[in-house]
Write a new protein. Sequence first.
Length: 168
Amino acid sequence: MTQKEKVVSLEDARHQVEIAVTRLALLHLSFSRTLVDEFGEERGKELIVKSILDYGKRVGERVKRCLPDLPRYGVYGGSKNGRVYDCILAKVFQEYGEQKIGCLYCYVDPAKAMTADLDRKVIHTRCAACGDDYCTFQEKLTTEKERKDFLNRDRDWKFVDPRLVKGS
């Protein structure tokens, strides 16, 4: 292989990240579907949210240590005016007709934000994984109950992001 052949184009790199993100979406769907099928919809979704809460805390802790969060390219198509378009995860959830459990993945966003600052959360005002055309986010102050539930992994924590509750 020549040096020139080793150079990866931005488009190829984006495509490779899309492949990895697609695999992540499929893993989420497989675990989530298993939990719902084994424990029923209510208990299964509760366990999914608890798992994503833990996942979001882990991501948030890494971000606090200045470690990378998301790749620059390939997770979504682009953003403009506060709108995030073409989320790969949302496309996979839609492809499999699994938006109701797929969108639970998006709890990673408020969990990551609350790990950084327990008094603030980032919620979805629109969510592609819930069926919207794009995602938009809003930062809000957390309530005492949300902070307590976050720290205790209480099942009511799912209400931290009303758009996701509505989508699931």
